[in-house]
Design a protein around this ligand. Sequence first.
Ligand SMILES: Nc1ncnc2c1ncn2[C@@H]1O[C@H](COP(=O)(O)OP(=O)(O)OP(=O)(O)O)[C@@H](O)[C@H]1O
Length: 243
Amino acid sequence: MIRIEGLHKSFAGKPVLAGVDLAVGQGESLCVIGQSGTGKSVLLKCILGLTAPDAGQILWQGRPLDRATRPAFLDRFGMLFQGAALFDSVTVWQNVAFRLRQRMPDAQARAIAVEKLARVGLGPETADLMPAELSGGMAKRAGLARAIADDPAVIFFDEPTTGLDPIRARRINDLIRGIVTETGATAITITHDMDSVRAIGDRVALLQEGRIAWDGPVAQMHDAVPLAAFLGHASGRRDTNAT
Ligand SMILES: Nc1ncnc2c1ncn2[C@@H]1O[C@H](COP(=O)(O)OP(=O)(O)OP(=O)(O)O)[C@@H](O)[C@H]1O
């Protein structure tokens, strides 16, 4: 469904993406892992059209994404931002219904927002709260409700467990897996967290030195030689910034 072919991107002559080839099928959940600074965010920005690659292309349903085709793609995608990234000045339901409100009356958009909040474990009483009144875990859930509000075909999860303690991280991972399975959406997750990979991913791709160094089923990653160094690094890493 999404195919990345020969993607190159350099900054000031320094190559960051040096020929990335990667594909994710409809309904598949792909996790992209890699050390800090390997270009995971640059890859995401290229897919979203926020950064122009120097060479290569990204295809969605067989058609290259460009100025003409990207808007239809962006209409069908949802994203959970690192740190949830809610708009501070509007209520939780208005955050969740942000896109819906552009094409339906508020009462209808609010009803859908409340339903999506329930799906992520937040009761109707949270709908009229302001984002500042939410805990970190609740904000992450509200961000997830916003990502799925418009029933996207493709969902991006950018470091979904960053800033959460291990218990909340596990709950978010399980929630994401449940939502991806039940909606049949194609999912791309960028993460350092191998628990997320095991919980969310069908497939995992390692981005290293500008290329995909390994790409295969999550079930096989522990036998993959190119992943050994990364897994050793990641297993010693624990995000303890509880919220
Ligand atoms: N707009 C830019 N201008 C110059 N260099 C950039 C720009 N965007 C990214 N880079 C460089 O590209 C490299 C990859 O950055 P990127 O943010 O994609 O890494 P990452 O894998 O997402 O890291 P992390 O896991 O820490 O978020 C870094 O060396 C970064 O400094």
